[in-house]
Structures are given as C-alpha cells and as structure tokens.
Write a protein that binds this ligand. Structure first.
Ligand code: GTP
Ligand code: MG
Length: 225
C-alpha cells in the first residue's frame, strides 16, 4: 500500500470519524521549501491571512498554518509547513519531509542562486520524502520584473525536466498564490483517486469540480437508526 492508501486507511486522515475539532474529511500535509529569502513565509501569509509585509524576518526552524478548503463538498484541511531556508536548519526541516503529500519548491526570479539551488532541493525531496509526493515549482517575486534574472522559460523548462508543475508567483501582489495551492491540492486528489476508492472526486463523480474557500451548504444529517 502506498502513502495515500495508507493515509486513507487511517483515522488520522478521516478526521470526521474522530469528532471534536477534527472537522474535516481529509488532511493534507504540505511543505514549502527553497532558499532563504525567496518568500516562503510571505507566500504562506498571503494565502492564509491575505497579508504581506516587506520586512524580512527569517524563519527559525519550522512553522505551520492551517487552512481548510472545499472540493466536491469535502472539507480538506491543509496543514502547511513553512520551513527555514537557511542551511543551518536543514536537519530539522528535512525531518518534516516524511509524510508530506505535497511540496511547493520556491525560488526567487531575481536571485539566480535560488534558482540554481532548485535541483538540490528536488534531490532533498527525493531523499527524504515519499516517492509520489506532488511538487509545484514556484518562481516567486514576479512583481519585480525590472530585477528579473531568471526568465519564465528557464523556470518552465526546469519544471518540465524535473516533472513538476510550474507557476510564477508574487506574494506581494497576490499573483498565482491561491492557484499554486489549488493546483497542488488537485494533484494530490488525482493521486488519491489513482490509489484508493472513495476519493473526494470519485465519490461525487465530479473530478474537475473547483476548489473553494467557502463551506458547502449544510446537508441533512443522515439517520443512523
Ligand atoms: P527564510 O525564512 O529565511 O527561509 O526566508 P523566506 O523564504 O521565508 O522569505 P520571506 O517570506 O521572509 O521573504 C523575504 C523577503 O522577500 C521579505 O522582505 C519579503 O517582504 C520579500 N518578499 C517575499 N515575497 C515577495 C514577493 O512576491 N515580491 C516582493 N517584491 N518581495 C517579496
Ligand atoms: Mg521564512
């Protein structure tokens, strides 16, 4: 059984069965990785809190935020881990790769070194995570066109070579932030449908249904008698 099959079989993922505040149908663990200062924390803040600050407070170790999204009337709780890019935290951060279903691998389009490091980050994913973890490559700070040193085509080509999806993003101007997360969630859902029965898409027969932030209308409770 692969990771998705295993996760589907555990009560951890089917939080509904646990009651309490575990009010979700699925939980996806996601990680944001990449060199220091590429904008990982800013990207997560934009997505989770719709906020941005130009101050740079480098992440110490690891942090996370939770966001719930809805797809085909299923609640998907995203546990999004924001890792420190600094080398000195590598031992801590790689310990969190295991069990991650999706990665956002980020570089900064104004920073050649961060782009050059993408291959190494990809190797880290292959070394420390589950084989079929889904990855989206994000070229962040696309609002800084005048300082661009990595072309869109170079980013796209590298993503193709690595077998990743690709977006250019801006946490500052809110460009493709939501789309990056949505695509990653879709990729994970697609992988789940390959691996098990009863995935969010398959159960409703609407595999292309859109991911939304708003809750579906309340359904009539089913009778258990
Ligand atoms: P570490 O925590 O050290 O790994 O860095 P990080 O990748 O989390 O970077 P962080 O989000 O802290 O951002 C670094 C700097 O880049 C900050 O000054 C942000 O304001 C800035 N920044 C982040 N995203 C963008 C963006 O999309 N556009 C612009 N112009 N600046 C950004
Ligand atoms: Mg950070």
């Amino acid at each position: 059984m692969d990771l998705y099959g295993k996760m589907a079989a555990t009560q951890d993922v089917r939080g509904k069965a646990e009651g309490g505040d575990q009010n979700f149908d699925y939980m996806f663990k996601l990680l944001i990785i990449g060199n220091s200062s590429v904008g990982k924390t800013s990207f997560l803040f934009r997505y989770a809190d719709d906020a941005f600050t130009s101050a740079f407070v480098s992440t110490v170790g690891i942090d996370f935020k939770v966001k719930t999204v809805y797809k085909n009337d299923k609640r998907i709780k995203l546990q999004i881990w924001d890792t420190a890019g600094q080398e000195r935290y590598r031992t801590i951060t790689t310990a969190y790769y295991r069990g991650a279903m999706g990665f956002i691998l980020m570089y900064d389009i104004t920073n050649e070194e961060s782009f050059g490091a993408v291959q190494d980050w990809s190797t880290q994913i292959k070394t420390y995570s589950w084989d079929n973890a889904q990855v989206v490559l994000a070229g962040n700070k696309c609002d800084m066109e005048e300082e661009r040193v990595v072309s869109v085509d170079s980013g796209r080509l590298l993503a193709e070579q690595l077998g990743f999806e690709f977006f250019e993003t801006s946490a500052k101007d809110n460009i493709n932030v939501k789309q990056t997360f949505e695509r990653l969630v879709d990729l994970i859902c697609d992988k789940m449908s390959d691996s098990m029965d009863g995935d969010p898409a398959a159960t409703t027969g609407a595999p292309t249904a859109k991911l939304t932030d708003s809750a579906p209308p309340l359904q009539q409770p089913s009778c258990n008698c």
